[in-house]
Each structure stands twice: as C-alpha cells, then as structure tokens.
Design a protein around this ligand. Structure first.
Ligand SMILES: Nc1ncnc2c1ncn2[C@@H]1O[C@H](COP(=O)(O)OP(=O)(O)O)[C@@H](O)[C@H]1O
Ligand SMILES: [Mg+2]
Length: 244
C-alpha cells in the first residue's frame, strides 16, 4: 500500500509539475476488490482531487479492463463538462488512473444508513441533472447504487462513478429510452429510500412498471453490465488456473 501511495504521489508530482505534493495529503476512500478501483482523495489547499486507480488489479485485468475503465470515466467526465452535478477537472494519471475533482459531501448510502431523510427538492434537482445528462447523449446505468450520488456541501445532488456509463447517440430510440428510464428508475428508487416525502403516484407507477420490465428483460440486466461481468469472470478463471 505504501508503494502504491508513493507511486501515485510521484505521478501527481510529475503531472501537476509541483514539488509541493505531499504524501500526507493522500487518503484512501475506498478499497475496491479485484477489478474495482482503489479510490483516493488528495487534498491540499485549493487542490481537492479524487483519484481512481487500477494499479492494484492483477495484470491481465489492469492492462485491459483497468485501463479501459480509467479512460472511459475520463472520457465521460470530459463529455459532461459543464453539466451541473458532475465532477470536473478530469485528467488521466499514468496508464491506470483517472483524476477528477473531489465532491465535498456525503454519499446517499451513508445518509440512508444513518436514517436521515432529505427534502424532495433534492430529488427534483437530481432528476433534472440526470435528464440534462441524457440530453448530452449519455446514460449512467448505475444510479440505483446509493453510493454513486453525493449530497454536496451546498445541499445539491452530485453524480459520480461513470464506469458503466454509455453513449446513446447511435442507439435505436427505443433502446435509448429503456436505458434512460433505467437511470430515472434509479433516481426514484433513491427518492423512495432517502426522501422525507414519498414520490407521487405517477413516479411510483413508473418505478413499479420499470421494475417489472427489469425482471422480464431478456438480457436479465443491462447488456453492458452483463458483458463486463462475463469478461471479469473469464479473467478471474484464467488467473485462478495459472496460479494453481
Ligand atoms: N468525486 C468524488 N467526490 C467525493 N467522493 C468520491 C468521489 N468519487 C468517489 N468518491 C467516494 O469513493 C467511493 C467509491 O467511488 P466510486 O467512483 O463509486 O467507485 P466504485 O467503482 O468502486 O463504486 C464513493 O462511494 C464515494 O464515497
Ligand atoms: Mg460506485
């Protein structure tokens, strides 16, 4: 772990062209397993950054999925630049890390654990921000995960973790609509779980219908997720075989 911290600090020093970068300002936020990133925060004065790093992954994963995911997140954040509620200042760090601004606040997963409820305005704004993202031809596809939405210090919703996102520009309209609806169903799910006021009957109905569709969906999950899961499983099997 110390080696990884030092490596990240070295890369940051080079990239930001600064000798003031100090390892003491680097902290681990989340230790992802296998093909998931280690997430760090680097905070010093006006610099406050999130670093998602895949260096720890077994090398076959690192040089394929890891590299791909870092790039994917970078490209997405760049594409969404200027959209309210999305991190900014994205850049790639080395081959296996992506860096973007740190959002000060609390993820909804923590808010739910503490049984705190948020006002409905928060979710109205969240829906607005998600629809704004859709207008830019992008779906997130992991908004049902409460860890991917942060209540910022300004009280507003912020969306993070664009690893599973997808550009919808060239998709058939019907398919695009299903994917966008799946994001909206994520918003309403969060609304149901963490809001002081239940969603209105129209939204409840939307959620109910979408959940039914999810169950019978022939892909049994999002195609991209399924493909990713399949690749991860294959790589894992190969690694287990070679380490035996
Ligand atoms: N930009 C950010 N601002 C603040 N916290 C973040 C940011 N990005 C990630 N985190 C924290 O790190 C955790 C894991 O990051 P995430 O991008 O969701 O990775 P994973 O792919 O492992 O789910 C989040 O739940 C959140 O607590
Ligand atoms: Mg996440």
């Amino acid at each position: 772990m110390v080696r990884l911290n030092n490596y990240i600090i070295k890369l940051l020093k080079n990239k930001l062209n600064s000798t003031e970068i100090d390892g003491n300002n680097l902290s681990l936020l989340n230790k992802g397993k296998f093909a998931n990133a280690y997430v760090f925060r680097y905070s010093q004065g006006n610099t406050d950054l999130t670093i998602k790093d895949f260096t720890h992954c077994p090398w076959p994963v690192r040089i394929t999925l890891g590299r791909f995911m870092a790039k994917m997140e970078y490209n997405t954040i760049k594409l969404l630049e200027g959209t309210p509620g999305v991190a900014s200042e994205a850049f790639l760090l080395g081959k296996y890390s992506v860096v973007f601004s740190y959002v000060r606040g609390t993820p909804l997963s923590e808010i739910q654990k503490k049984d705190i409820k948020l006002p409905k305005e928060f979710f109205i704004e969240l829906e607005k921000r998600v629809r704004e993202m859709h207008k830019r031809d992008l779906v997130h596809l992991d908004l049902r995960n409460l860890g991917n939405i942060i209540k910022g210090e300004d009280g507003n919703p912020y969306i993070i973790d664009f690893q599973s996102s997808l550009v919808t520009k060239y998709l058939p309209k019907k398919f695009r609509k299903i994917l966008e609806d799946s994001d909206i169903s994520g918003v309403y799910k969060c609304w149901k779980l963490v809001c002081s006021e239940k969603p209105d009957s129209e939204k409840e109905k939307f959620l109910e219908d979408f959940n039914k569709l999810r169950k019978i969906w022939i892909f049994r999950g999002y195609p991209l997720h399924r493909a990713m899961r399949k690749i991860k499983r294959k790589i894992k099997r190969k690694i287990n075989k070679t380490s035996k």
